[in-house]
Design a binder for this molecule. Structure first.
Ligand code: HEC
Ligand code: HEC
Length: 363
């Protein structure tokens, strides 16, 4: 039975998909997966920095229901405020708490490496989510961006909108093997300067490099006017209509890593950053020093296991001895060292406990 299904699945696969798959495997081989790399021998590697961008002319997709969902998902992602924002006429659809769009962070309709691209994302969920201390589905991960990044509430998992988001992300992920290791996902891991961020320098960088688009006050520039649910030309960096304080973009290292390779918009890219690391770090500190929608209710329960907290999470309690201010602005190496020691200790304790409680036969 199982064999039969495989047999039928292959011819049904589109040529294009099979080609992409072959290319993915080839890239994986080039990336060094194979004999000698035991730990990842079973895990193909896909490098999004060289992966071909999916065809964005979605009007070319076949005329069917699936294609309509993919197109809707694309529109929801790039024009979120028009469908699900806080100003849409239908109150029941006001899921997002800000007029920002998913695409304001997931640049290029979620196709840009290190701008939290969603290429391959369909292939790598469910995934462990440290905020919740458990595995989460793609739908829950999407909702995490609704509740945190867009300061809103979760959309129903069986809604048309959720199915459309998933359809679009599946489209973007075609050809990426299940469980692949993705290079170029999320933000680029960049080592930060080994000091606390300097907010005075940060403000100077902001005035020089950011105000032209994000405004003197950091509140961005609307496409139209307040109340028209048309979203932003330049999104706000803080304030009442920005991401919430529970979002990862309220953390200095996420913002630093994002800004370093993505801003100033139109000039910087992952292989050609414009700001120095010092400038990106200080301006990130300046950005996160401003309040936005508060972290309250359900989202305040994030990281209920303090061992899972990222080093730049600005709310205690912590497993180390550092203040909330140091967790917010650095320096981080001393924090990392203490956190690593605490995790190691917790691991050993857990193992010791497991050995004590398991029956002799199972040892
Ligand atoms: C304020 C910026 C921002 C907004 C707005 C935003 N996201 Fe995200 N999103 C991120 C960042 C940053 C990440 C990567 C976080 C990380 O490091 O895990 C992410 C991760 C994700 C992931 C998981 C990707 C992965 O690699 O595991 C999905 C899916 C996602 N977002 C969907 C959405 C959708 C859908 C919307 C709109 C409803 C949205 N996001 C709005 C910043 C944002
Ligand atoms: C040329 C205009 C321009 C400049 C200059 C610019 N940005 Fe942006 N920025 C944008 C646009 C446009 C977006 C949204 C991207 C999109 O929708 O594709 C964005 C998005 C962002 C985001 C993610 C979304 C959000 O609102 O949180 C951050 C953070 C950000 N910019 C920070 C900065 C910082 C810091 C600087 C200065 C170092 C800067 N930008 C300079 C145009 C600009």
């Amino acid at each position: 039975m199982k064999k039969n299904r495989m047999h039928w699945a292959l011819p049904q696969m589109q040529r294009n998909e099979a080609g992409l798959l072959a290319r993915g495997l080839l890239l994986a081989l080039l990336a060094g997966v194979g004999p000698g790399v035991a730990s990842s021998a079973e895990r193909p590697v896909v490098d999004l920095r060289t992966w071909p961008t999916p065809d964005m002319d979605l009007s070319k997709l076949p005329d069917n229901e699936q294609s309509r969902m993919i197109r809707l998902g694309h529109d929801l992602l790039t024009n979120t405020s028009e469908y699900l924002g806080p100003e849409v006429p239908d109150h029941s659809k006001r899921y997002a708490g800000t007029n920002m769009s998913c695409g304001n962070c997931h640049r290029g309709a979620a196709t840009v490496p290190y701008a939290a691209p969603l290429i391959g994302t369909y292939s790598v969920y469910p995934q462990f989510q440290p905020r919740f201390g458990k595995m989460v589905s793609l739908e829950s991960r999407i909702n995490l961006c609704f509740t945190h990044s867009l300061s809103g509430r979760a959309i129903p998992e069986d809604s048309i909108e959720m199915k459309a988001f998933v359809a679009y992300i599946e489209y973007l992920s075609r050809g990426v093997p299940k469980g692949a290791k993705l290079i170029g996902e999320k933000e680029m891991v960049v080592e930060e300067p080994k000091r606390a961020a300097n907010l005075v320098r940060g403000e100077a960088v902001f005035k020089q490099q950011c105000v032209a688009c994000h405004g003197d006050n950091g509140l961005g520039k609307r496409t139209g006017t307040v109340g028209d649910h048309k979203g932003y030309l330049f999104p706000p960096l803080w304030g009442a209509d920005a991401t919430s304080e529970s979002a990862s973009m309220f953390r200095i290292l996420s913002t630093f890593q994002y800004v370093y390779v993505n801003m100033p918009f139109g000039q910087a890219s992952w292989d050609r950053p414009v700001l120095s690391k010092d400038d990106a770090y200080d301006v990130a500190g300046f950005v996160v020093s401003h309040p936005r929608q508060p972290r309250e209710g359900e989202v305040a329960k994030d990281f209920s296991n303090p061992l899972d907290k990222p080093e730049d999470f600005p709310w205690g309690p912590y497993v180390d001895s550092f203040s909330e201010t140091q967790h917010k602005y650095g320096p981080f190496d001393v924090i990392r060292a203490e956190d690593a020691a605490a995790r190691e200790k917790a691991k050993l304790e857990k193992e010791a406990k497991a050995n004590l409680t398991s029956p002799p036969a199972a040892r």
